[in-house]
Write a protein that binds this ligand. Structure first.
Ligand SMILES: Cc1cc2nc3c(=O)[nH]c(=O)nc-3n(C[C@H](O)[C@H](O)[C@H](O)COP(=O)(O)O)c2cc1C
Length: 363
């Protein structure tokens, strides 16, 4: 049987052992509301790396305090946060995984309740309960959340600088792959989408203006992080709504990203406006395929990819270059080991666990 899943992929000279990657997944596990990683992050991310994934991408990590989705998100705006991530990265790499991190600004969807641990989960956290003023391209709220303050040009420049500074810290912590969060209705996506961007200046209107923030971030991050780091961008290829981002626009944006030295586009969808999303197995894969065909960039497909043969088929039929497996990896961090067994590849079993994967014989 052919085994594309376990064929290494090389980006920027970094060989990645397989094509099962773990997408960023918020844990809401920061204890002191200070953006500093905890023991949970070490064990959670360590287990995913130990389970055999090619790349493990750390959850959306705020580049500024007001860019966190919730007070329990990771941050990377100071050295203490960097130093807490460094040993986690070291462990992930010791397990043969490439360590990645998603750099994020939540824009108008910041100051939200964490998904667990509080009575309330809906709406914005009030200012007198630990919440903060949010920012966005325009003073247009995500339904049910606070109205953001419209960023002025100086504010935009500060966001760009914050992404670059976080990228530098990420490289110092040992990360070899950086993903800019341009999806799911967070700040970069809010600029990309006409549904949330009503600006009339150089950052609004035609697509090249709506994409300006993202392209400035990419340039600043590459400049600060250096040439050897793998740079990925996650995009929402559609808003699933009339008047929103389209697949064609996303292909164009991806082409611009390619010209600027982005190495891979991680193609997701939605999140900027409430929408009925026809979710089913592999439902976002066609968007990844369109970006791959139109931009000639390597792409990652994500979304309800839960089975080895399904993942193998996506790669074999050249619909994507890698697959990102999220919730299935939460259910079973050993998914890459199981997948290898299913497609006839050598399972990425760590040496201390090998006896557990031999034919059952006397201990
Ligand atoms: C618990 C959880 C947290 C998530 N956090 C993030 C995040 O930090 N950044 C992001 O881009 N997507 C996030 N997502 C979306 C996942 O990265 C992924 O795109 C989505 O779960 C679909 O893939 P799956 O069907 O394999 O889970 C999250 C998903 C889950 C389940």
């Amino acid at each position: 049987m052919s085994q594309r899943l376990f064929e290494p992929i090389t980006l920027r000279g970094i060989q990645i052992r397989n094509r099962i990657w773990v997408p960023p997944m918020c844990q809401y596990a920061v204890e002191e509301h200070d953006g500093v990683a905890t023991d949970w992050h070490l064990v959670h991310l360590g287990a995913l790396a130990r389970g055999g994934a090619g790349v493990v991408i750390v959850e959306a990590t705020g580049v500024v305090p007001e860019g966190r989705i919730s007070p329990k998100d990771l941050g990377l705006w100071n050295d203490e946060q960097r130093d807490a991530l460094a040993p986690i990265v070291r462990f992930m790499r010791s397990q043969g995984a490439v360590a990645g991190i998603q750099l994020a600004h939540a824009g108008r969807k910041a100051s939200a309740w964490p998904e667990w641990g509080t009575e309330q989960t809906d709406g914005s956290i009030p200012l007198d309960a630990g919440g903060w003023e949010t920012v966005g391209p325009s003073a247009v709220a995500f339904p049910g959340l606070r109205v953001p303050r419209e960023l002025d040009e100086q504010g935009i420049a500060e966001v760009v600088r914050a992404f670059a500074a976080a990228a530098r810290r990420a490289v110092e912590a040992g990360f070899e792959l950086l993903e800019i969060h341009g999806a799911h209705g967070y700040l970069v996506h809010e600029f990309l989408s006409p549904m949330s961007n009503h600006r009339t200046d150089a950052y609004g209107g035609p697509l090249e203006n709506r994409a300006r923030l993202l392209l400035e971030i990419v340039d600043a991050v590459r400049h600060e992080a250096g040439e050897s780091v793998v740079l990925a961008v996650r995009l929402s290829a559609t808003d699933w709504a009339d008047g929103g981002v389209t697949s064609d626009e996303t292909v164009q944006v991806a082409s611009w990203l390619g010209e600027r030295g982005v190495d891979l586009v991680d193609v997701s969808t939605g999140g900027n406006v409430p929408a009925a999303i026809p979710a089913g197995p592999g439902y976002q894969v066609p968007f990844a395929t369109a970006v791959r065909a139109g931009s000639k960039l390597p792409v990652g497909a994500v979304g309800l990819i839960t089975e080895a043969r399904q993942a193998e088929h996506i790669l074999l039929t050249e619909q994507a270059d890698v697959v990102l497996v999220g919730r299935e990896m939460l259910r079973d961090p050993n998914f890459p080991i199981r997948a290898a067994q299913a497609v006839g590849a050598t399972p990425p079993v760590p040496a201390p666990y090998r006896r557990g994967f031999r034919q059952a014989t006397a201990a």
